[in-house]
Design a protein around this ligand. Structure first.
Ligand code: SF4
Length: 410
């Protein structure tokens, strides 16, 4: 057993889990493979947030029936695996292992058993500049449209010291930007060590080599003055904050059980901008949630106009289960609201991007000419950048194809 392939659906947390499994297998001497035919193990890391994501994983699983032999192994893991468990084993008898998101740690034990005869090879150093670090699994909240708490369970924060150790190792392998992950990442607490999310940001920013700390996704409920103070004085904290709004209507926010109203959300964005006016705020919005009237929808449009998000990911509401929070608008109306919202979001995103012309941006370079600004924009460097630098200050001169272009400033 030598070769493995991992197929990942869903969010960055799944990406991070797949990356950990990949490193684990590589450290055991396995080789990553892109061609199913050549793989000995296929791991499907699944998502269940939307029916569509679950269907895609199941359809992929169906196509593996022909591929499967006694010596080849299929692992179906993650959130959809958690939800479907036995049903899945009954329907797809040829699947070797179904490991849900709550029993995620089991996968390492089973993989070690399966590939025990593989010779340990050289440990690969990844050489990447950006990497993820999952700091909490699960979620303690109960947003009405979300399936995460039922598949991933209650919040399980990773111990503070373990996170620091892991980030130090990543920094040693060349990582410059670390992205902390959690369903409500800023609710992080290590009760034993008496450390919270801001303490974690402070400690990570002391690690040599780490230049940017980003986090996904914070929840409006867990911002506090301690965080804002640190944000203001710590330039290593990314100036790109992805803060999910979901709806601009207080009635809908209440129905969604989000725990805040638009006023509270707006105050957070004002605090962020006050601490650093360059802050770029992106968001998620669900349109057409149960009982959303035209007035509620207008509240969302007005919220978008007021906050002026740099970008918003707009989703059409799709009930995850029949009878629970049904769709109360027609498909045509849902489509109409979605396209109006998209149009407004794109218009504002373009305007906020244009405002960047003339500004000085800190850019993490992926190669000598391309990178990302600390505020989350793709950026190209016009001058020849012969020096092998990781970071450059760039003066933005123009915008093309949703990318900032500029010249080295210092
Ligand atoms: S906070 Fe996020 S993960 Fe938790 S229930 Fe709400 S939407 Fe789901």
């Amino acid at each position: 057993m030598e070769r493995f392939k991992i197929i990942t659906f869903g969010c960055q947390m799944n990406e991070d889990d797949s990356n950990s499994i990949k490193s684990f297998l590589e450290n055991l001497g396995m080789i990553e493979e892109t061609d199913n035919k050549k793989a000995d193990i296929i791991i499907i890391n699944t998502c269940t947030v939307r029916q569509h994501a679950e269907d895609k994983a199941l359809s992929l699983l169906g196509t593996l029936k022909k591929w499967k032999t006694k010596d080849k192994k299929i692992f179906f893991i993650g959130c959809a695996a958690e939800r479907l468990q036995k049903d899945l084993k009954n329907k797809f008898k040829y699947v070797d292992y179904v490991i849900g998101a709550r029993s995620y740690d089991k996968i390492y034990e089973i993989l070690s058993r399966e590939i025990k005869n593989t010779v340990v090879a050289n440990i690969k150093t990844q050489g990447k500049k950006v990497d993820y670090e999952t700091i909490i699994r699960g979620c303690n909240l109960k947003c009405s449209y979300c399936i995460v708490p039922s598949v991933r369970g209650e919040e399980k924060p990773k111990p503070f010291k373990e996170i620091i150790e892991s980030v130090k190792n990543k920094a040693l392998s060349g990582v410059k930007e670390i992205i902390l992950l959690g369903q409500t990442v800023n609710s992080y607490r290590d009760f034993q060590e008496k450390k919270d999310f801001t303490d974690l940001l402070k400690e990570i920013s002391r690690i040599e080599g780490i230049k940017i700390i980003r986090f996904l996704s914070p929840h409006p409920l867990f911002f506090n003055s301690k965080f804002f103070e640190e944000y203001k004085k710590n330039p290593k904290i990314s100036r790109w904050i992805h803060l999910p709004l979901q709806s601009g209507s207080d009635k809908i926010l209440k129905k969604m059980n989000r725990g805040y109203d638009f006023k509270k959300f707006k105050e957070i964005t004002q605090e962020l901008k006050k601490a650093d006016p360059k802050t770029s705020i992106t968001t998620d919005i669900i349109v057409g949630y149960t009982d959303e009237t035209e007035k509620d929808f207008e509240d969302t449009i007005n919220a978008v106009k007021e906050i002026r998000f740099s970008m918003a990911y707009c989703f059409k509401y799709s009930p995850r289960f029949k009878n629970k929070d049904p769709l109360t608008v027609t498909e045509t109306e849902l489509e109409r609201r979605h396209s109006i919202l998209l149009k407004e979001v794109k218009k504002i995103a373009k305007e906020t991007m244009n405002e960047k012309i003339g500004s000085i941006e800190q850019v993490l370079l992926y190669d000598s000419r391309k990178g990302k600004t600390n505020t989350g924009y793709n950026c190209c460097i016009i001058d020849n950048n012969e020096e092998k630098k990781d970071f450059l200050k760039i003066k933005i001169t123009e915008i093309k194809n949703n990318t900032l272009y500029g010249r080295a400033y210092d």
